[in-house]
Ligand binder design. Structure first.
Ligand code: IPE
Ligand code: IPE
Ligand code: MG
Length: 260
């Protein structure tokens, strides 16, 4: 059980892993007569607040979608503004994240990024590698299809090398080759900005994730919005294909087990 200071809401179930599509920066800027990159800059504040809140609550993993494999097709000026922003934000935020025990990791096709950004990413991961707190996964140049394709390619190589046969491949083999291997699957997915789609985010990993969509644009996402998402999560009965009665019986069994 944990309590949010702001509203004193009590949450009974806390997601171990939250995955967020931070959408709506461009519209936030346009509404104010600003160029789209101004919205991306404004979004950094919401990133900082969300990371701090998740760390404070004891969430184990937070995965943020910062740039998709399809976002390369945006105008060159917007793409380069985003790449510069990533470098700047890493420079300005890393030390305070490190002090707060946060472990930073990146997923996505690094080879497509410029050298300066790649260097910052590797250095950030190394600097925070031994931290005990929240694991912050930042998806840059990431696509769910790219991730599954990479995994498939590696398994095919193992088959060619005679380490594995095609008949032996299970879904566990695929899971362990994906970018988020070894981390718990996302429990809660949040997408801001009003669209109700996955946009090639974690296609494999979201199989049983609770999906939460809200209209607020990413730069306006704050503690109140996060609390609403957490409350939504707490109200779900996660069945994983079983019946509601089976789940209720297991819960009762666990409670009895804990009491004895
Ligand atoms: C999300 O905001 C950030 C990135 C995709 C990099 P958008 O830039 O997609 O904002 P909208 O959806 O156009 O408002
Ligand atoms: C998804 O948002 C990618 C990120 C937030 C990084 P998009 O704005 O690119 O998604 P679509 O194009 O609306 O599906
Ligand atoms: Mg968008």
């Amino acid at each position: 059980m944990f309590t949010s200071k702001r509203t004193d809401i009590k949450f009974t179930v806390l997601p171990k892993h939250i995955a967020i599509i931070m959408d709506g920066n461009g519209r936030w800027a346009r509404k104010r007569g600003l160029p789209r990159p101004a919205g991306h800059h404004a979004g950094v504040k919401a990133v900082r607040a969300t990371v701090e809140l998740c760390a404070k609550h004891g969430v184990e993993v937070l995965t943020l979608f910062a740039f998709s494999s399809e976002n390369w097709q945006r105008p060159v000026t917007e793409v380069s503004a985003l790449m510069n922003l990533f470098v700047q934000a890493l420079d300005s935020e890393l030390e305070s994240m490190h002090r707060n025990g946060i472990r930073v990791r990146f997923i996505g096709d690094r080879s497509s990024l410029n050298d300066e950004l790649q260097k910052r990413m590797t250095a950030s991961e190394a600097r925070t590698a031994n931290n005990p707190g929240l694991i912050l996964v930042i998806a840059v140049a990431y696509g769910g299809r790219w991730d599954i394709t990479q995994a498939t390619r590696r398994l095919a190589q193992q088959c060619v090398a005679g380490i594995l046969t095609a008949a032996e491949i299970t879904d566990a083999h695929i899971s362990t080759q994906l970018e988020l291997a070894a981390l718990p699957e996302p429990d809660l997915f949040i997408r801001t900005g009003g669209e109700q789609r996955i946009s090639n985010f974690l296609l494999w990993n979201l199989a049983y994730t609770e999906l939460y969509f809200c209209d607020v644009l990413w730069p306006q996402f704050d503690e109140k919005q996060l609390n609403t998402a957490l409350q939504f999560f707490g109200e779900r009965q996660r069945r994983f294909g079983l019946t509601g009665e089976q789940i209720a019986a297991t819960k009762l069994h666990n409670v009895k087990g804990e009491a004895s």
